[in-house]
Design a protein around this ligand. Structure first.
Ligand SMILES: [Fe+2]
Length: 461
């Protein structure tokens, strides 16, 4: 099983490269200027037996569009754990399947857990942060050199989710951290100057793996789904997290300026929303969209869903009525999909369009995205952009067109990989004509592994 995470499209690369003036097929739109940063696992050393895809060392791949053309750069995130392993010349840390603890004399201050910084990369007020939900963010320079762990000048207690939200109106960075020991959930607000100004401890009935959350202009929304930590079972050699259906799922809504006492919990049928698309508030109603699955597969031991239960995510809406205390779920997506994205400018505001990576041929073809879908939430139209079943598509990102003002004035960019991992290209689609041929394709001079999350960064002012 370990090999599957190191082969084909997931095979790590072993070099850090810079390429300039990459050949382009088609034409780069005049307004497309900026950098797409994408993070993902890229094991630097042959991993130890407990390796899971989530354990790979973080590596950032950057594609920059400027007046000189298109350039590419990739760099490992030089985490303290990777530093200890480089010193030893081999992998020291186990994986999340066994949590092998390395000998303290080999890792020193780094401790028993390796913060791999491999999940997402954001930029807030000029700071570039690589994120991993089990620990603190890692600060990078614009050139992708690692600065080090960043705890917001000592103010951040605990970990930081890989899915923070930036309020496009206030410029605040909003996030949470979860922990297997109390307090199980903490909510944090970083102001527009980059200072962590507020933290709220939140009580949950038990510790859960909470991968994402969502905010509106008025509310913060948490899904307390039963991806439950079981430390006792873990000590006995069982998985650390289990899908504990008997614990149920609750949606919690807290006013943005509220406290834990103001959190309103509403029970819903079991659901795991790995990634939210967006949310907005309208009086007592909070509208949430995200890729929701009825069953969570963590893949510790080739686990599968019970017969008759589809573990795929589908774009769904959750309409929360705070006056009535209800939450109504409805499926939107026709195809299974994940990796949800809206333009940064509409985060927390009512949006019309959303973008997901989708499986156009169904999950029987393997858990590989072969297409992107644009969802028009007003008309209900779902526009598929298929790349072919011999391709695997990464998460979409939205690059706004500075000459436009409509929500879909811009381009969707992503990596498209040969399914066998032999090559990758970077693709630019026009969000205004989503089903049309790409406006530009940039074959990568060296394959880029399939990764996790990325974001479009406008050019530095
Ligand atoms: Fe994620």
């Amino acid at each position: 099983m370990i090999g599957e995470y190191l082969e084909g499209v997931l095979a790590p690369v072993d070099d850090e490269l810079d390429f300039f003036k990459l050949p382009v097929q088609g034409e780069i739109p005049e307004g497309l200027r900026g950098t797409y940063l994408r993070n993902g696992p890229n094991a630097a050393f042959q991993p130890r037996p407990g390796y899971h895809l989530w354990d790979g060392d973080g590596m950032i791949h950057a594609i920059t569009f400027d007046d000189t053309g298109v350039s590419y750069r990739n760099r490992w995130i030089q985490t303290p754990g990777l530093g200890a392993e480089r010193k030893a010349g081999r992998a020291l840390y186990g994986g999340m399947r066994d949590r092998e603890v390395p000998p303290p004399e080999l890792v020193g201050d780094v401790g028993p857990v390796k913060n791999v910084a491999n999940t997402n990369v954001i930029r807030h007020q000029g700071r570039t942060l690589a994120l991993w939900e089990g620990g603190k963010p890692t600060a990078l320079t614009h050139d992708l050199e690692t600065i080090g762990l960043d705890d917001f000048a000592g103010q951040l207690v605990g970990s930081m989710t890989a899915h923070p939200k930036i309020d496009p109106v206030t410029g605040e960075l909003l996030f949470f951290g979860y922990s297997p020991i109390p307090p199980y959930l903490r909510y944090h607000v970083v102001d527009a100057s980059g200072k962590l100004v507020r933290s709220v401890d939140i009580d949950l009935p038990g510790p859960v793996m909470m991968h994402d959350f969502v905010v509106t202009r008025e509310h913060v929304v948490f899904f307390d789904s039963p991806a439950a930590f079981d430390l006792k079972a873990f000590i006995q050699g069982e998985p650390m997290i289990r899908w504990a259906t008997e614990l149920g799922t609750r949606v919690g809504v807290m006013p943005r300026d509220g406290d834990a006492d103001d959190l309103r919990w509403i029970e819903i049928d079991n659901a795991y929303v790995f990634h939210f698309l967006n949310a907005w508030s309208d009086g007592d109603q909070v509208h949430v969209t995200g890729a929701s699955a009825d069953w969570l597969i963590i893949d510790y031991k080739n686990d599968v869903a019970p017969p008759g239960i589809d573990p795929s995510g589908y774009l769904c809406s959750f309409t929360i009525d705070l006056a009535r205390g209800t939450c109504k779920k409805a499926r939107i997506g026709e195809l299974p999909g994940e990796f949800c994205k809206v333009p940064d400018a509409v985060a927390g505001l009512k949006n019309r369009y959303g973008y997901l990576a989708t499986f156009s041929t169904g999950v029987e073809n393997g858990a590989n995205f072969d297409s992107l879908t644009q969802y028009d939430l007003e008309s209900g139209r779902q526009t598929l952009h298929p790349f072919g079943t011999d391709k695997i598509v990464g998460e979409p990102a939205f690059a706004p067109d500075p000459a436009g003002s409509a929500e879909n004035d811009g381009w969707i960019v992503t990596y498209v990989h040969e399914a066998d991992g032999s090559a990758s290209e970077f693709v630019v689609l026009d969000a205004r004509d989503f089903g049309a041929e790409p406006v530009a394709r940039i074959p990568m001079p060296r394959r880029v592994p399939l990764g996790f999350h990325g974001n479009w960064m406008p050019p530095a002012p």
